[in-house]
Every structure is written in structure tokens, then in C-alpha cells.
Design a protein around this ligand. Structure first.
Ligand code: B3K
Ligand code: ZN
Length: 879
């Protein structure tokens, strides 16, 4: 497959105003008849070209007459009709497809015997021939025909217009979606499902029916999803003035799904992981995930569906913006600082890594081979950071005006990231052309910060220098434009008023600096003693910071900063320094020790009961292995794991009394409830437990501590506490862990989502021997390589999170991943390409590991049939 370039974009030669589909479902042989009302979009007469893939073209007709084989061609995924009228015309295409054979889970496929679709980005072309590009927007009418017994439920986008019985035990349903939409938002679902119903009254007083469809066994697990949907609908009205437009909103949960969920107009299809929850089966994190994903897909109705993307290079137009919206929603539903810390952890641990590897690309990629490979942390999460910078620069009110302008200007259109920024420019009244470099330049900018204090002048000067490492699309980077939020603290930790000119009612503690040059200085007058800088408050720009601050300064920020994010950040920086120092010792076979001062800092956080427990949990958690690795020229996964683990064990030992105290104080006395307060309490309590049960490497826990874990596992009334305890025991003691794991499986083997947790826990186990265990589990009755959730739970958990064992010196982890990718690729290329991520990072490791990782990439490349998805990732990695 060839590379596609943004610069080659051409508007479509023909538009399709209406699509009429008639789909006769059959597992092996589904017949799809489509009638397209087409209209030339240009003066010049061009052939009509439709995309079509993995389907059989049965018949093509033009304005009612069947075309003979010499009137059209169907090769290389394109159906071409050379001569079409200059006036609007109708094309009818009949295709035949095989849903049962569709293991790629793209297009129409079967999940647990039910039909469902996934069309974004280019799946519609596997159902019927169509100009399958987002700038062709059409009104769809869909008639679904299926067997009454196996498919009592027949769904498609929009409103139900008609339904009834047919001969041979079949029935039909006709759906009509009045909103023009691109083909990627088409959806069809059919099967034996039950419906959970509710309603929502919009602020203009319209009643919207809300329907969640699940398999009968999951009927009682939809309450949280439904509540989340209603919260999201209300929130979008209140915060963005956006109301839902159809009279019906449907969500369907399926077990086999490549991603989290899909925002098809009026008919979202969800991975069941993001719908189903009961206290006994789902953790607080699952509850939060469901709330966030339900909201995300709902928010797409305006940012994605009503206003869609002109082409797939603009993916972040809808994804970055919608992630920003769901982040804000979650912040309002729970704790804003904690949500920010979680999001920054994702950016720094994972997106920065992507930015420094072979798959690095700008938020708006300039080219791709397989667009599915660009549903990335960069497009989604860095894209959201770019939107957040606009929010920070413009302020909440002006940003909202910009959003209103965007909705007014572009409703019903397929637009670009430039159009979005232009709306923000109109609202702000300032030029954002330099800001737009965030969309075209990849890589993580690095800031070097220096402070100069002059006692004589009573002046403080802050100097910032920016740079950005070269990436594939541009070697020399132009300076970025970004907001830098800062504060200054005096020696007692008091905030200095740095923003006095901002007028009353504003936060005088925080100054918003604009960085636009490669090097810039900022002057602060009337500063009576050397200040401590609280830099990049709330992580106001997605950058790496080099800032030589003393331990005193970091401790001051940790205890006194008014910005909660930077309080947390100062603690992380301190921990990071100490960990890196000890990693050097470990690498030189020196003993490792944890500094008393670090333990004391963590103890202060732990005992500060004024803090939100969820914040405390973040503050006492050491930096992630990924983030530690980012600091090293050559990543040493064994050293990182060993030092971090040793620190955890030492903290558990040295703070045992305090941890036990808080653990017991945080014991709940009411039955499980999911809400921010209760979830925060459980999070900190389980964080304490994890420290208490953190074993020294090769060491053993006392029976009393193991007992603490076992008891929590046995007594808890909810999955959050039982899986947390189980995880602690599994990672502390092989024998005790195995016994509890067996118990857990016996109890939950009937529930696929809980079995995923069981698999993931074993794949993530930090005790030796995990790889052999994981290999055995690939043959376990509960595992299926065809189910993406199972693959993620077992294979991705081991390869992408168990760094110490995946990167074992013998290279067996790499070989295992090679085997799995080779096995997966012919079945599901999208998932196969995703699984490859750990190998793409080979340049970051030592020469021996580099060679072994490359061998696996080469081996995958040598396979007789490699998908475009995997090929692109392998080729870029080896380039
Ligand atoms: N828009 C979908 C992504 C579908 C990607 C398919 N490879 C999910 C989401 O971001 O809401
Ligand atoms: Zn999305």
C-alpha cells in the first residue's frame, strides 16, 4: 500500500446526497444493496470511483440499468465507472460479504453471535462500494433484514421508520437518519439483545429515549452507564450549550471490539468493558472509565458528527477536542487536580515515548500508509493538550466563545484543524499562526529554565530556552508558542503576588507567561529575596523541563505550593532524582538505599489528612517505570524495576505504622458505592496496602502482612478492594497468590470482563517465571486470540507493562511477542500492529537488547503475508 499525503488532498469529484441500504443478514453470505444519489462536485467530468474491499460485487446499475462488465472495473479496492452523467444520477451496487469470517472486526462482523459494525475510519468499504471518505456526507436510510429468532433486534442509525414480518421467519426494520453524515458513522446491530430504557429531557424540553442493548445475562449491569450518559448530556448543555439532536440515543455493548467504543450517529457501539458494571465485577477505575468513555462518545455528537473531519489527517480535530471535553467532564465529576495528574502521567509516560520513537508524528500527521496506525496518544492525548493550551491562553470565557463560533460556522460541515483554530482566533482577536506549529511539528519540546536573582535590584529574571529534537517530518524545528503558568514562593513558602496587574478577582499567585521565542527573559520587580519558582503550573504545556532546583526548593514546593499539580510534581521530581541516583549504584553493583528525607516527605503527604485521599495516593506513588526510563539515555528495565521495587519495599517497612494506621482509618463502613469520595478513600487505602505488602526483591513477607491482604480479598464486597488485595498477594507470594487466583477463577470464570482481570493480574506479576505462565495461559480455555480484550489483558499487559520480565536478558520476551504478532496479524491487523509498540522502542535499549528486538521485527517482516498495519510499523521502526 502506498503512503497517502495531506498535501495531495483533493475535494471529492462526486457527492452522495442520499444512501438507501437494504441489508439481508446471513452469517456467511450477507447481501447488501445500496442506492446512491450522486451529484458531481466539480465542473470537470471525471469517472465515478467508489472504494470496495473484501467484498464481492454482484451487480452495478446506473440510473436503473444494470451495467455490463465492460462499463465498470473493480480492481485494487476501487470500483470505477468511467462514464456517468453530468447531472445528478443514481448508482445501485449489490455486494455480498461474509461477516462470520471477519476476524479483523472492521466492517460488519459477528460478536457472540450478534451482528455489529465498526466503520471508522475505512470499514464501510468492506460492506458496500462507496466514496468512503469523511468529506462525503449523506442522509442514510437503512433497511435491515434478519431472522426473527436469532435476530429479534434490528438496529441502525437514526429513527425507526417501519418494521414488520417477512416470509421464511424473517423480519425487517427501516431506520432513517436525517442528519447528513460520513460513511464512517454508519452502524448496524442485529441480534438477540435485551433493552434497558430511560429518558432524558433536554433543556429545551424535548424528551430523548435512551436505550442500552446488551446480552440478557448482562441486563443488570447497565445502571452506571445509563447514569453516566445522562450526566454527560446535562454537562454538555451546561458547559458548552450543546443539546442532543435526535429523539433516540442507543448504546450497544459487544464483547469483541478493537477499541473502547464508537460514536456512530444515534447508535454507539461499545466494548462491553465500557458499559457493564456491578460493584462485585467492576473496579472504581472501571466505573470512572465507563463514565469517561460514555461521555466521550456522547460529546462526539457535536465534535465529530455534526462537525466532522475533512480527511483523516484532521483526526485530532475531533479526537483531541473530544478528549479535552471528556477530561473536563471527568474533572468536574471527581477531583480536578487528580484527573490532571492522571492525564499528565499518560502524556509523559506514553505520549512522550511515542514522540521520541519511530512512530513520532505531529498532531496532524502529514502522511500515513494505514490510518488505523494513527489513532494514537499523539492524536488523542497530545491533541487534547493542544486544545487545553488554547483554553489556558484564551481563558474559559473566550474559549467558550471560540467554541460557539466554531459550532455556528461549521455545523453540518467536514472541516480542518485550521478551521478550528480560526474560530479561536476570531474569539481571541489575536493571531495564532505560530501556535499552529503544534499541529505540524512532532516531538516533545524541551525547556531549559534558569533564574537570576539580583538582591541589589530587587529583581528576579526568569530565562527560558526552548528546543525540540528532530523527528521524521522536520529536522529543524521552529519555536513553539505556549502558555507557561508560573508562581513564585518566598523562603517561607508564601506565594508572592506576581500577577498584580491582572485586576481584581484574578489569581494573583499565578502569572501566565507566553513563550514564543527560542530564548526569552521575563522580569519580576520588587522581589525582596531569592524566590522559589513554581514552574509550569498545572502542566500548562506538554513539554519536558530542565530546571536545576535544590532539594530545599523542591521540599518547599511540595509542602507549600498553591498549585496542587506542582505540589505533586515537586515530590515526583525529588523521587525521580533519588531513584536515578540509586539506579546508577545498582548498575555498578553497589547497594541501593533510600534516603531518609524522601521517606519523610512521603510520610508528610501520607499523614496530611486535610488532603483529598485520592491526591495523597498520587503523591505517595513513585514515578512510573516508563517515566523513569524516559530520563535515561539507555533504558535499563531491570535496574529501574529493581530500584523502584526496593524503594517501595523500604517505604513499606519504614512507614509500616503510619501505613497501617491510615489503612485502618480508611476502612469503609457502608456497602460499596461509586462516588468520588468513596473511590478516593479506597484508592488511598489500597495504596497503603500495596506498600505494606511490597516485598523486597527475593524477600518474603511476614505472615501477618500476607494475612492482611488475604483477609481484604476474602471480606470485601466489591471488585475494587478484592482485586487490589489479590494483586498485592500475587506480587508478594507465589504460593499464596496461586491459591487466591484459583479461588478467583472458580468464582468468576463465567464473566469475561472479570476473567480479563484475572489474566492481566497474572501477566503483570513481578515475581519470576511470569513468561512461562503467560505462555501457558495462551492455551487456557478462557483465552482467545480472536478477542481483543483477552489479547490486551494477557499479551499487552505482559509485553507493554511488565518491563522487567518482557525485557529479560535472554530475549524470550521479545520472541514471545514476535510469535504472537505473527499469529495475530492474519486475524486482526489493527490489534497486531498495536501489540508491536514495545518493539518499536528498540533504539532506547543496550546493544544486546537492540539486536534481539530487531531480530523479531525482521522476522515479522519476513512473513509471507504482512498486513499494511504491521508493515508500516515495522518499516518505520527499522528505517
Ligand atoms: N472514534 C473511535 C475510534 C475508532 C478507531 C478505529 N480504528 C473511538 C473514539 O475515539 O471515540
Ligand atoms: Zn473519540
Amino acid at each position: 500500500k502506498k503512503e497517502t499525503f495531506l498535501k495531495d488532498y483533493q475535494p471529492p469529484a462526486y457527492l452522495v446526497d442520499r444512501v438507501d441500504l437494504r441489508i439481508e443478514l446471513d452469517a456467511q453470505s450477507t447481501l447488501v444493496q445500496s442506492r446512491l444519489l450522486c451529484r458531481p462536485n466539480q465542473q470537470t467530468k471525471k469517472p465515478l470511483v467508489l472504494n470496495g474491499k473484501r467484498l464481492e460485487v454482484v451487480q452495478v446499475a446506473l440510473n436503473g440499468s444494470v451495467l455490463t462488465r465492460n462499463r465498470f472495473t473493480f480492481t485494487d479496492g476501487l470500483l470505477t465507472i468511467a462514464h456517468v452523467p453530468a447531472e445528478p444520477f443514481e448508482v445501485a451496487v449489490t455486494t455480498r460479504i461474509n461477516p462470520a469470517e471477519n476476524t479483523a472486526l472492521e466492517g460488519l462482523y459477528l460478536s457472540s453471535g450478534n451482528y455489529c459494525t465498526q466503520c471508522e475510519p475505512e470499514g464501510f468499504r468492506t460492506i458496500t462500494c462507496f466514496p468512503d471518505r469523511p468529506d462525503v456526507m449523506s442522509v442514510f436510510t437503512t433497511t435491515v433484514i434478519g431472522d426473527k429468532t436469532s435476530c429479534p433486534v434490528l438496529l441502525a442509525n437514526g429513527n425507526l421508520m417501519a418494521s414488520g414480518d417477512l416470509d421464511d421467519g424473517r423480519h425487517y426494520a427501516t431506520w432513517h437518519d436525517p442528519f447528513p453524515k460520513p460513511s464512517y458513522l454508519f452502524a448496524l446491530v442485529a441480534g438477540d439483545l435485551v433493552r434497558i430504557s430511560d429518558t432524558f429531557t433536554t433543556r429545551s424540553g424535548r424528551t430523548v429515549a435512551l436505550h442500552i442493548y446488551v446480552e440478557a445475562r448482562n441486563r443488570d449491569k447497565c445502571g452506571h452507564a445509563m447514569r453516566s450518559l445522562k450526566k454527560a448530556m446535562r454537562w454538555d448543555e451546561e458547559h458548552f450549550g450543546r443539546e442532543y439532536d435526535l429523539d433516540l440515543y442507543m448504546i450497544v455493548a459487544v464483547d469483541d471490539f478493537n477499541m473502547g467504543a464508537m460514536e456512530n450517529k444515534g447508535l454507539n457501539v461499545f466494548n462491553s468493558k465500557y458499559v457493564l458494571a456491578l460493584p462485585e465485577t467492576a473496579t472504581d477505575a472501571d466505573y470512572e472509565g465507563i463514565e469517561a468513555v460514555i461521555a466521550h462518545e456522547y460529546f462526539h455528537n457535536w465534535t465529530g458528527n455534526r462537525i466532522t473531519c475533512r480527511d483523516w489527517f484532521q483526526l485530532s480535530l475531533k479526537e483531541g477536542l473530544t478528549v479535552f471535553r471528556d477530561q473536563e467532564f471527568t474533572a468536574d465529576m471527581s477531583s480536578r487536580p487528580v484527573k490532571r495528574i492522571e492525564d499528565v502521567n499518560i502524556i509523559r509516560s506514553l505520549q512522550f515515548r511515542e514522540d521520541s520513537g519511530p512512530m513520532a508524528h505531529p498532531v496532524r500527521p502529514p502522511s500515513f500508509v494505514e490510518i488505523n496506525n494513527f489513532y494514537t496518544l499523539t492524536v488523542y492525548n497530545k491533541g487534547a493538550e493542544v486544545i487545553r493550551m488554547l483554553f489556558t491562553l484564551l481563558g474559559a470565557e473566550t474559549f467558550r466563545q471560540g467554541m460557539d463560533i466554531y459550532f455556528d460556522r461549521h455545523d453540518g460541515q467536514a472541516v480542518t484543524c485550521d478551521d478550528f483554530v480560526a474560530a479561536m482566533e476570531t474569539a481571541w482577536g489575536k493571531d495564532l499562526s505560530q501556535f499552529k506549529r503544534w499541529y505540524s511539528q512532532a516531538g516533545t519540546p524541551e525547556l531549559t529554565v534558569t533564574g537570576h536573582y539580583s538582591a541589589a535590584d530587587q529583581q528576579f529574571i526568569l530565562e527560558i530556552e526552548q528546543s525540540c529534537p528532530p523527528t521524521r517530518e522536520s529536522v529543524v524545528k521552529e519555536p513553539f508558542f505556549m502558555p507557561i503558568a508560573i508562581g513564585l514562593l518566598d523562603e517561607n513558602g508564601n506565594a508572592l503576588p506576581v500577577n498584580t496587574d491582572a485586576g481584581t478577582g484574578t489569581d494573583t499567585d499565578t502569572k501566565m507567561l507566553i513563550l514564543s521565542e527560542q530564548r526569552q527573559q521575563y522580569f519580576f520587580p520588587n522581589i525582596t529575596s531569592k524566590p522559589t519558582v513554581s514552574f509550569l503550573r498545572n502542566f500548562s504545556a506538554p513539554v519536558k523541563v530542565h530546571h536545576a532546583q535544590s532539594e530545599e526548593e523542591l521540599h518547599r514546593l511540595m509542602t507549600h505550593d498553591t498549585d496542587p499539580f506542582n505540589r505533586w510534581e515537586a515530590g515526583q521530581t525529588l523521587s525521580l532524582r533519588h531513584i536515578l541516583e540509586q539506579i546508577a549504584n545498582f548498575q555498578h553493583q553497589q547497594p541501593i538505599s533510600i534516603r531518609h528525607r524522601l521517606v519523610r516527605g512521603l510520610r508528610d503527604f501520607l499523614l496530611d489528612t486535610d488532603l483529598d485521599p485520592a491526591f495523597t495516593a498520587m503523591a505517595v506513588t513513585l514515578p512510573t517505570e516508563n517515566w523513569i526510563g524516559q530520563q535515561m539515555t539507555i533504558i535499563d528495565p531491570v535496574a529501574i524495576f529493581s530500584v523502584r521495587q526496593q524503594f517501595r519495599a523500604q517505604i513499606g517497612l519504614q512507614l509500616r505504622d503510619e501505613l497501617l494506621q491510615r489503612y485502618h482509618d480508611l476502612t469503609g463502613d457502608i456497602p460499596y458505592q461509586y462516588n468520588a469520595v468513596e473511590a478516593a478513600r479506597r484508592t488511598l487505602r489500597n495504596t497503603c496496602l500495596a506498600y505494606l505488602l511490597a516485598p523486597e526483591i527475593g524477600g518474603r513477607l511476614t505472615p501477618e502482612l500476607l494475612q492482611l491482604g488475604t483477609e481484604q480479598y476474602q471480606r470485601s464486597d466489591n471488585m475494587t478492594d478484592s482485586i487490589a488485595a489479590l494483586g498485592c498477594v500475587v506480587n508478594a507470594d507465589a504460593a499464596a497468590g496461586a491459591a487466591l487466583l484459583a479461588d478467583f477463577y472458580t468464582k468468576w470464570q463465567h464473566d469475561p470482563l472479570v476473567v480479563d482481570k484475572w489474566l492481566a493480574l497474572q501477566a503483570g506479576c513481578s515475581l519470576p517465571g511470569t513468561l512461562e505462565h503467560v505462555k501457558n495461559l495462551t492455551g487456557h480455555a478462557s483465552f482467545s486470540i480472536k478477542n481483543p480484550n483477552k489479547v490486551r489483558a494477557l499479551i499487552a499487559t505482559f509485553c507493554a507493562t511488565n518491563h522487567n520480565q518482557f525485557h529479560a536478558a535472554d530475549g524470550h520476551g521479545y520472541c514471545f511477542l514476535g510469535d504472537q504478532v505473527i499469529r495475530l496479524d492474519p486475524l486482526n491487523p489493527q490489534i497486531a500492529a498495536r501489540m508491536l509498540t514495545p518493539l518499536t522502542q528498540w533504539r532506547r535499549y543496550d546493544p544486546t537488547r537492540q539486536q534481539m528486538m530487531c531480530e523479531q521485527l525482521e522476522r515479522i517482516r519476513r512473513q509471507p503475508l504482512v498486513s499494511d498495519d504491521v508493515q508500516e510499523v515495522v518499516d518505520r521502526s527499522l528505517q
